[in-house]
Structure formats: structure tokens, C-alpha cells
Design a protein around this ligand. Structure first.
Ligand code: RIB
Ligand code: CA
Length: 339
């Protein structure tokens, strides 16, 4: 083959490589995960940390929620250690909600916040500085609309950052929230989901900020359920991560299976990360969302106007369907990469 033709072909293949690399870099999700580990938070963190080609996890920011802040922060460090990703900093944030009295879910997640397995003090500590200040500094100085936030617990940290520095919205690409419930009722009250119930005022601040917002509510997470076969595919992984997640989930889903009489239980927070990795597994629509913070039976309720009855502007994308087997296949395939 003529040398000039070879040179030309090499040029094309290099260009193709550079283009695809550039495209890949451009497509990579720059992500901060705000979390209250939490059994399902741990699964979400492992899934995200096992997916470095698609997700650059900049940091984990912790908040009180399922258990107290000292334990959610220890558990985030544990998940980071189990994933072999101690390169990712963990910043501790708000120890209590904006307004209401703190509530916890140790009855579901266990006193240590990670049920079904033994926990220990991870070797690597917290990053210096508070999570709220980290959010303010990072989002204020980020490229315009470049950073995605996954909110896996009460939204207290982000709300405090928005209150102190409203301009941080300039750095936010979108916020994906595990939270809320509409069609099939709540899990902590007949109408409210835990993350919203634990700090509805914070969720209202985030909603009012005008950031691009997606909710992954119980409407979908209660359709993406464990099953013996799905747990078995995780248990069959030849590493520690697979069996560890099975032990956590088997302990975690018991409460929901008994409460709802379901054949399996949800992995709420991991659905947020799966949505980022494989949005084609999910569907929903843009709706007008309102959040109730009035004292009484509707405290923490999310009203998603699915049929546009109120004729109010849509302000969130509300996910209500998910491919359960696709989720567990993705989770299995990614956990396989971990130690
Ligand atoms: O209602 C489920 C949510 O509340 C999940 O994020 C779980 O971890 C708890 O925080
Ligand atoms: Ca959580």
C-alpha cells in the first residue's frame, strides 16, 4: 500500500481515536453524591465507584438521615474502601434537618446504618472541611452547568449551600433526587417518602432554586425489586462485593417485604446511579411538583401532577417506570469489577 495512503489511514484512525476520546470525555458525568448510608446508599456508591468510564465521582458528601451523621460518614468511607476507591474524598455535612426535629431509620438500616454485615472503622478519614462549604466552593468555581448532583438522602446540605450562595446553580448541570412518592403512597407515612419527610423544607429550597431536577421516587423504586434469582446472580460473583451486597440487601429488604407484602424489596438509591448510567432503563415525564411542609398527615408529601390537572409549569422530570431485570444485570456487571 502506498506510504501516503498508509499515512492518511493512520491519520484517520488517530483522529477517530481522538474524537471518540473527546466525545467520551465530554459525555463523562462529573458527579457529587450526597448520601446518608444507609444500606441502599452503599449499593449506589459501589455502583457509581465501579463505573469510572462513565462517572467521575468528585466527592461523597454525607448528611444525617438513615442514621446519625457520624455513622453515615463512617459508612460512606466504608463503601469507598470496599470499592477500592479511597481516591474519592468524603466530606461530612449537616447533622440535622433545616427546621424539623431529626428522624432516623435505624429500624430499617440497623443501628450502624449498614444491616446484614459487620462494619469497622475505615483506615482513611474524612476530608478536611464541611460538605456545605465544599459544595459552595466547588459549584461556584465549576465550569457552567458542568456538575451533576445525586441526592440519596435528605437534601439538607444542598439547601444550606443554596441559601448561603444562591449563585452555585451556575455550576450545576442537573440534580437527580431519590425521593418522593405519588401514585402508590409513601414509606414513612401513608403519603410521604423518607428523604422528603426527613427534610421537606430543604427539598423545597432545592425545588425553588430552578435547577434541572429529576426525581426517582418510590413510584419507580418499588417496581425495581430484588428476587431470589436476582440476589443469586449477585451472590455468584467471584469477589467480596457481590456476596457483601447480597448480605446487606437480604437484611435491608425484609422490612419492606413484610410491610408491603411484596416478593422482593427496593434498592432505592442505586436506581439513581443506574438512571445516570443507563437512562434507557427508565421512563417518566415532566410534571409540576409541589412539596408539603405543613404540620399534619400530609407533612413531607410530594404532589406530582402527572396529568397536568393544575395547569402549572412542569418543574421536575418524574421517573415512574424502570426495567428491573435490566437494573440488576447492570448492577451485577458493575459489581463484578470490584474487589
Ligand atoms: O425512602 C428511601 C430513601 O430513604 C433511601 O434513600 C433510603 O436510603 C433512605 O435514605
Ligand atoms: Ca439514602
Amino acid at each position: 500500500m502506498q506510504r501516503s495512503l498508509l499515512t492518511l489511514l493512520r491519520g484517520f484512525s488517530l483522529m477517530a481515536l481522538l474524537t471518540s476520546a473527546a466525545a467520551t470525555a465530554a459525555d463523562k458525568i462529573d458527579l457529587i453524591i450526597d448520601t446518608d448510608p444507609g444500606a441502599d446508599d452503599v449499593v449506589a456508591l459501589l455502583l457509581a465507584l465501579a463505573s469510572p468510564e462513565e462517572i467521575n465521582v468528585r466527592a461523597l458528601t454525607t448528611v444525617a438521615g438513615n442514621v446519625r451523621l457520624d455513622k453515615t460518614s463512617r459508612n460512606a468511607r466504608l463503601a469507598r474502601e470496599w470499592a477500592g476507591r479511597e481516591d474519592v474524598p468524603v466530606y461530612a455535612g449537616a447533622p440535622k434537618p433545616l427546621v424539623r426535629e431529626p428522624i432516623y431509620a435505624a429500624n430499617v438500616h440497623g443501628e450502624e446504618g449498614v444491616p446484614g454485615i459487620a462494619v469497622h472503622e475505615p483506615s482513611k478519614g474524612l476530608a478536611q472541611g464541611n460538605a456545605v462549604q465544599y459544595l459552595i466552593d466547588t459549584l461556584s468555581n465549576a465550569e457552567p452547568h458542568s456538575i451533576t448532583l445525586a441526592m440519596l438522602g435528605p437534601q439538607t446540605n444542598l439547601a444550606l449551600a443554596l441559601i448561603q450562595a444562591p449563585g452555585i446553580t451556575q455550576g450545576i448541570k442537573e440534580v437527580i433526587v431519590m425521593g418522593g412518592a405519588h401514585f402508590n403512597g409513601g414509606n414513612i407515612t401513608p403519603v410521604a417518602e423518607f428523604n422528603l419527610f426527613a427534610d421537606p423544607h430543604a427539598a423545597q429550597v432545592v425545588l425553588a432554586s430552578g435547577v434541572k431536577l429529576t426525581y426517582v421516587p418510590l413510584d419507580v423504586t418499588h417496581k425495581v425489586l430484588t428476587s431470589p434469582a436476582r440476589l443469586q446472580q449477585l451472590a455468584a460473583l467471584q469477589n467480596k462485593a457481590g456476596p457483601r451486597v447480597v448480605d446487606i440487601l437480604q437484611a435491608y429488604v425484609k422490612a419492606d417485604m413484610e410491610h408491603y407484602g411484596l416478593p422482593g424489596g427496593p434498592v432505592h438509591d442505586a436506581s439513581v446511579i443506574a438512571y445516570l448510567l443507563a437512562p434507557e432503563l427508565f421512563s417518566g415525564r415532566k410534571v409540576n411538583l409541589t412539596i408539603d411542609s405543613r404540620e399534619g398527615p400530609s407533612f413531607g408529601q410530594t404532589v406530582a401532577d402527572w396529568y397536568g390537572t393544575l395547569e402549572q409549569p412542569a418543574n421536575v422530570f418524574w421517573v415512574n417506570e424502570g426495567n428491573a431485570q435490566g437494573f440488576f444485570d447492570l448492577l451485577t456487571q458493575r459489581l463484578q469489577r470490584l474487589p
